[in-house]
Ligand binder design. Structure first.
Ligand code: GUN
Ligand code: ZN
Length: 429
């Protein structure tokens, strides 16, 4: 018989969408258990019952920690790890001053491998088990990232960032080489172990129409792949897109006209959307990715979470490291809450936790494998200490229910709240 591991603690899982059903969509067990076998969840239930039924299982008791699915970060740039929290610029200047010079270094496989390892270690320490990352234009940067994730047994999505204009010499490919390199990387990595490839045009300003067309053709040849890009993040960016694509109806149309709008599309930021763009994104079933710490840090604007979810959009949550100012999905949930408040909607902790797990997994079309605790799901699990600092502890002792107990950790928690991170049934943190 294969080895079994039984995790004990409080458990929290979702049986429905809390945006539709409210907090009753979540099931909390104050003395729960998760039985793991072969990297997957074999059973979830009451800890004592599982223990009695599986006496041979190795028991790991996480005490009063809250066990939930590992966090899923649906939009990151791992190559920006070392330039996170760079001061004083808005999007275009921030890209030119900080981002592009750093990304230039990723043609060096040793640099790429070093940052990939650093990035995955930092995010695992923050309870994040899956990320969807942009690499750089260099194929080496994709190889380094997938190799690092593969070594850790992680489920990740990534792709070569394509740019053939408005980027410095040394950080530009061409329409043809973007197609060729992306195709070769896709063939090398997509579906290997827990890895999947995302076709990745950075955004319309850094691609010619010919490059968007080539990547649209590649996506049509591999429709099961995700396609990730940026959309309507800042007003200056939107004005620039209008100048570069005078024939386009709006920003989304620059993608739509080149075969880059679809149900497996992931559109990061999506803040300043026109009514036509909202309608088309919903019609095709595309996913929007909210990056709240980035949107405040770079000064981009306030995402319309309540309106978009009410209209039926699929929304994921993300750090957007290093435009985002944190590696932590706790901090990211806090920022989503704050932006919600600024727009007049208080997101419930059940909704915030759902966004950081099931919601992001749905955005990545991976919710049948990760993002929740249920039999058959992959055993990517985080154990949260709900009293990780004196400030949080003194607040959570007053809690009347699990939501009051977890909300101080969402708002004030960081990597000190992560008691353990499990990836495919192995404890990595
Ligand atoms: N738009 C195009 N590239 C980027 C990037 O690297 N970060 C952010 N926040 N926005 C972008
Ligand atoms: Zn981004």
């Amino acid at each position: 018989m294969t080895a079994q591991t039984l995790l004990l603690g409080q458990t929290l899982r979702f049986t429905a969408d809390p945006f539709a059903e409210g907090p009753a969509a979540a099931i909390h067990d104050s003395a729960g258990g998760i039985l793991i076998e072969g990297g997957r969840i074999a059973a979830i239930g009451q800890g004592a019952e599982l223990r009695a039924a599986h006496p041979q299982a190795r028991v790991v008791d996480h005490g009063d920690a809250l066990l939930l699915a590992g966090f899923v970060d649906a939009h990151v740039h791992y190559p920006q790890t070392a330039i996170i929290a760079s001061w004083g610029k808005r999007l275009i200047d921030w890209l030119n001053l900080y981002t592009f010079p750093e990304e230039m270094r990723f043609g060096d496989p040793a640099h790429a491998a070093g940052i990939a390892a650093r990035y995955l270690d930092l995010t695992l320490a923050n309870g994040t088990t899956t990320v969807c990352s942009y690499a750089t234009i260099h194929p080496e940067s994709v190889d380094a990232f997938f190799a690092a994730a593969q070594a850790r047994g992680q489920r990740v999505v990534a792709g070569k960032t394509c740019m053939d204009r408005n980027a410095p010499e040394g950080l530009r490919d061409t329409a043809q080489s973007a197609y060729d390199d992306s195709r070769a990387l896709l063939r090398k990595w997509h579906g290997v172990d827990r890895l999947s490839y995302a076709i990745t045009p950075r955004f319309s300003p850094t691609s010619t129409p010919e490059q968007l067309e080539a990547l649209g053709a590649l996506w049509a040849e591999h429709p099961d792949c995700l396609m990730q890009t940026h959309l309507s993040e800042q007003t200056d960016e939107i004005a620039w897109v209008r100048d570069l694509y005078p024939q386009a109806r709006d920003y989304l149309d620059t993608y739509e006209a080149h075969g880059l709008l679809g149900a497996n599309g992931l559109y990061g930021h999506a803040i300043h959307l026109e009514p036509r763009e909202r309608d088309r994104l919903r019609e095709v079933g595309a996913a929007l990715v909210h990056c709240p710490t980035s949107n405040t840090f770079i000064g981009s604007g306030l995402f319309d979470m309540a309106g978009l979810v009410a209209d039926g959009h699929r929304v994921g949550l993300a750090t957007d490291t290093g435009g985002g100012s944190s590696f932590s999905m706790l901090r990211t949930m806090a920022a989503a809450y704050e932006i919600g408040q600024l727009r007049g909607t208080a997101l419930h902790p059940a909704q915030l936790l759902w966004l950081a797990t099931v919601g992001s997994a749905r955005a990545l079309r991976l919710d049948h494998r990760i993002g929740n605790l249920a039999p058959g799901m992959e055993a990517d699990i985080v154990a949260l200490d709900l009293a990780s600092t004196p400030a949080i502890a003194q607040r959570s002792t007053r809690a009347q229910d699990i939501w009051e107990a977890v909300f101080p950790t969402i708002m004030m928690g960081d990597d000190r709240a992560i008691r353990a991170t499990w990836v495919a049934g192995q404890r990595l943190v």
